[in-house]
Structures are given as structure tokens and as C-alpha cells.
Design a protein. Structure first.
Length: 334
């Protein structure tokens, strides 16, 4: 077996904000509950992160089985732009499929262990959420359903990392369910979908060649894809504004609009992609947020992809962070 750091890197730990921030937000929303338990909350958050990493590796496993890497290389030879860094640890011999299977099992087993601890104290409500999430996660790429190959991948990911994840963590932390978590988790779920849809929008040629029917591939029209991106980037902010105007949320939650410039930049960059225009990726604007290992990314020739993916990831991470901070401040001011 390889080292833990090896598998964390190849399980795409940079994507953990996609699960960590919604989970932390759910914990914050549970603060003040009569039966709040910090240890169960931490176990739920850690379990969610472990499951996320395991599912990322499982996605690599099933994609490798259908040969997506070869189809990407064929596209590049034909002059198309496509990422060639999908599961490089398998294609360069750094790890075998047997190594990958063991890593997947270990990550998911750790998640199951933590989930079992939560289940022992919080009951069957958490169990049903965990089972539905596991089912959707496994069959996201696995036979016989292969949901991500049938245009359902975005919906599945939005459900997993939005309502399902946040409801499960909220119950683990507070001991009960509250409908308020649904109202918050829907905008969060849309922003999670935005990460995946941004990915599939700019990687649709490779997905189409490998037989992967993402939503972007099914729409097939760049104008339609851009319209969906507009909805995914604008509706979550509009929902917060509407909730504030309707009196459901404190006006302080309008602070999420600080993240809106990132969403607008992302839309501008996707429009440029659809119009086959280049954008400057030499030095990403600081307001887009953190973009790890940028020099290495440029050397690998995937800066055109990662600048957009990082931006989509950073939109949701700070969206959740701002809501969490505002919630804590309002609790302290009661």
C-alpha cells in the first residue's frame, strides 16, 4: 500500500471543500440545540470527508475500467483540448488497481466506522440518509446504473452534498431534524452542482468521447450549457436575497453577496470558453480565492481547466463560510 499522503493527493483532497464546508455549516446551524453534541458532530464531519475521498477514488476506478484515459489521448491527437491527468497514478504505474481497491475500502470503512458511532447515538434517521448517500455514491460511476454516464451525475452530486449531507450532519450534531436545513441546503446543493457542471461544461469533448453522458453532453449546445451555468451561479444568491426580503433570514446574510463577483467572473470565463476565446491564466486574480500548486498546474497544461474549477469550488466554500460566520454572530448576539 502507498502512503496516506499519496492517496489523499490522488483522491483529490483539494475537492474536500465541497463536502467540508456544507458539513461545517450544518454543525453551525445545529449550535444551540438542546441535545447538541460536539463529538458526534466532529465524527459526522470526518466521516463525510472520508466518504468523499473514497468516492473520488471509486470514480477513478470505474472510469479507468472503461478506458477514459485512452479516449482523452485520442482526442488530443485529433487536436481537441482535453485533460490528460485523469488518474495519472494508474497510467504511470505508481499504483495498481488492487492498490486502488484497498484504498477505497479503507476510506469507506473509516467513514462507516464513524457513521456507526453516530448511528449508535442518533438512531435510524441517520442510517437511512447514510444508506441512500452510499447507494448514490457507489452507483455514480459503477455498473449497472452508472448514473454519471446517463446525465444524472449533477443531480446526484447536488443531492449528496446538499440536502443529504447537511441533513445527516445536522441530525448527528443536534439529535433531530429541522426543515430550516433544507432551505439552506438547496442553494448549497446548487453551488455543488455548479462545480460539477463547470467541470463537465469545459470537459464535454472528453466525456462525449468516453461515452459519459453528463448534463453538458446531453444539452450538447454551448448556449444551453451557458444558460444552465447562469442559473447555477445566480439562483443561490437570489434565493438568499428573496429569503431576506421575505423576512425568513436576517439581513446580515446578504454578506454572501461578497462572493458574487467570483460567480460573475466564472460566467465570463465560461462564455469565453464557449466562444473559443482564451483567458489569462498566468496569474489568477486574487479575488477568486486560493488556487493551490498553480505553477505545477501550468506546467501540466491544465491551467485553462483548473482556474475555472478552483473558482467554482471557492464560490461554495466562502458562501458556506459567510453563512456560518453570520449564524454564529447572530447566536452570540441573542
Amino acid at each position: 500500500m502507498k502512503t496516506l499522503s499519496f492517496w489523499l493527493m490522488n483522491a483529490r483532497k483539494t475537492s474536500l471543500m465541497q463536502s467540508l464546508m456544507p458539513a461545517v455549516l450544518a454543525v453551525v446551524m445545529a449550535l444551540g440545540s438542546e441535545d447538541f453534541n460536539i463529538w458526534l458532530a466532529l465524527a459526522a464531519v470526518a466521516g463525510v470527508m472520508a466518504a468523499h475521498l473514497g468516492m473520488n477514488l471509486a470514480d477513478d476506478y470505474f472510469d479507468y475500467k472503461v478506458g477514459t484515459s485512452e479516449s482523452r489521448k485520442h482526442l488530443v491527437r485529433q487536436g481537441f483540448r482535453a485533460r490528460l491527468v485523469k488518474y495519472p497514478y494508474l497510467t504511470d504505474g505508481s499504483a495498481t488497481l488492487a492498490d486502488l481497491r484497498r484504498a477505497i475500502i479503507l476510506f469507506l470503512a473509516f467513514a462507516a466506522l464513524l457513521g456507526g458511532c453516530v448511528l449508535a447515538f442518533r438512531g435510524r434517521n441517520v442510517l437511512w440518509i447514510a444508506l441512500v448517500t452510499l447507494f448514490l455514491g457507489l452507483f455514480y460511476s459503477a455498473e449497472p446504473l452508472k448514473l454519471s454516464y446517463r446525465g444524472l451525475g449533477e443531480l446526484v452530486i447536488g443531492l449528496i452534498f446538499g440536502p443529504l449531507l447537511m441533513s445527516g450532519v445536522y441530525i448527528a450534531a443536534s439529535g433531530h431534524f429541522d426543515t430550516s436545513i433544507i432551505w439552506v441546503s438547496i442553494p448549497v446543493g446548487l453551488l455543488v452542482i455548479n462545480i460539477l457542471f463547470t467541470h463537465s461544461f469545459i470537459d464535454q469533448a472528453a466525456d462525449r468521447a468516453s461515452g459519459k453522458k453528463t448534463l453538458a453532453v446531453l444539452l450538447s449546445n454551448d448556449k444551453a450549457n451557458f444558460a444552465v451555468s447562469v442559473l447555477l451561479n445566480i439562483v443561490p444568491f437570489a434565493a438568499i436575497i428573496v429569503a431576506v426580503l421575505a423576512g425568513y433570514l436576517h439581513y446580515a446574510y446578504l454578506a454572501v453577496l461578497l462572493v458574487l463577483p467570483r460567480a460573475l467572473w466564472l460566467l465570463h470565463s465560461l462564455k469565453a470558453f464557449a466562444d473559443k476565446k482564451e483567458i489569462n491564466t498566468d496569474r489568477p486574480p486574487k479575488f477568486l480565492g486560493r488556487m493551490e500548486n498553480w505553477e505545477a498546474i501550468k506546467q501540466n497544461g491544465i491551467d485553462w481547466f483548473m482556474i475555472r474549477w478552483y473558482c467554482a469550488r471557492n464560490i461554495i466554500s466562502d458562501f458556506c463560510l459567510i453563512i456560518a460566520v453570520v449564524t454564529i454572530i447572530l447566536i452570540l448576539c441573542r
